[in-house]
Unconditional design. Structure first.
Length: 318
């Protein structure tokens, strides 16, 4: 206690100790920070739960299909949803590949027709859709708006409405029961044209102008300058075309009646309606269904990186 304090009768002033965080020297806690962090974890957990549930619902039937193809007929009838075959057997797959002479199934011919038709349609769509898409995106000509409207209108017409007109046209042109009749009507795809048109519109016009200054024509500019820049869109159109033409059924049903031109899906459908119509050979049916699914699955797995990149780039540019 100092002399001035004793003389004045006042107690000495006390120095307050600095409170952590009051003067900005200590760490500050944001109000509600713990609640906000917990809320984010809860939302993330719910999101992962929804994704897991969607994965199970999406892959569940496919896993059941694969597991059922390795079961015996009594085992599949007794436990149709089981994922572990007991006992496991390759009998259904032997029948599916024609190794069992009891049931005649020309799997080799069906697969060959499917591959020929699917590859031809896919390559044709890539060329035609890209050409039409480039013309609608870059060229200026009379009737351009009308053609664009017609392409969009085609998407609104149900495919089943065109079955009878397609059949009549194929008969009149003399290409019924032929590969030409199976392939030519499917070379035009409105969705692919719109996808390619959108992709071409994202390419800077300066590149095309520079190519034309160097003496390149319209087709050379399209083929050598612009087309390589829209490769992700081409792969997307290729995947969709392969999937659609491989799984096509109704058009092939009205385009051919000769068993020599049957595709895999058409042959399996007629087989299920005929010799397998009244039987309960579930493992064989599941093996045939798996066999028809594998090519599309393999193509998607191989090109999924480009497919996702195309969707992400399109979303970013929008």
């Amino acid at each position: 206690m100092t002399r001035e304090a004793i003389r004045g009768g006042r107690p000495p002033a006390r120095t307050a100790a600095p409170v952590s965080g009051a003067t900005g020297t200590g760490p500050r806690r944001r109000p509600g920070g713990g609640r906000r962090g917990g809320g984010r974890l809860g939302v993330r957990a719910v999101g992962y739960g929804v994704l897991a549930l969607g994965t199970v619902l999406y892959l569940g039937p496919f896993l059941i299909q694969i597991a059922g193809s390795f079961k015996t007929d009594p085992g599949a009838a007794q436990d149709p949803l089981g994922l572990i075959p007991d006992p496991a057997t390759l009998q259904a797959w032997r029948k599916a590949f024609g190794l069992d002479t009891v049931l005649e199934m020309p799997i080799g011919r069906w697969l060959g027709n499917s591959v020929l038709v699917t590859v031809s349609i896919t390559l044709g769509r890539l060329l035609i859709d890209s050409l039409i898409g480039y013309a609608l995106a870059r060229l200026r000509f009379t009737g351009r708006s009308l053609i664009n409207a017609l392409v969009i209108a085609v998407m609104a017409v149900p495919g089943v409405v065109l079955l009878i007109p397609k059949f009549l046209v194929l008969k009149q042109l003399g290409i019924f029961d032929s590969y030409a009749g199976m392939i030519l009507p499917l070379l035009f795809d409105a969705v692919g044209i719109l996808l390619m048109k959108t992709a071409f519109e994202q390419v800077p016009r300066e590149l095309e102008e520079a190519a034309r200054i160097d003496g390149a024509g319209v087709f050379t500019t399209y083929w050598r300058v612009v087309l390589p820049l829209v490769r992700p869109a081409l792969i997307t159109v290729g995947i969709l075309s392969f999937q659609g033409s491989w799984n096509e059924f109704t058009h092939f049903l009205i385009a051919t009646s000769d068993p020599a031109y049957e595709t895999l899906n058409l042959g399996l459908a007629r087989l299920a309606a005929g010799p397998l119509g009244g039987s309960q050979q579930f493992p064989l049916k599941l093996a045939l269904a798996t066999l028809s699914t594998l090519p599309v699955l393999i193509v998607y797995i191989v090109f999924q990186r480009h497919f996702i990149r195309s969707q992400m780039s399109a979303g970013g540019k929008e």
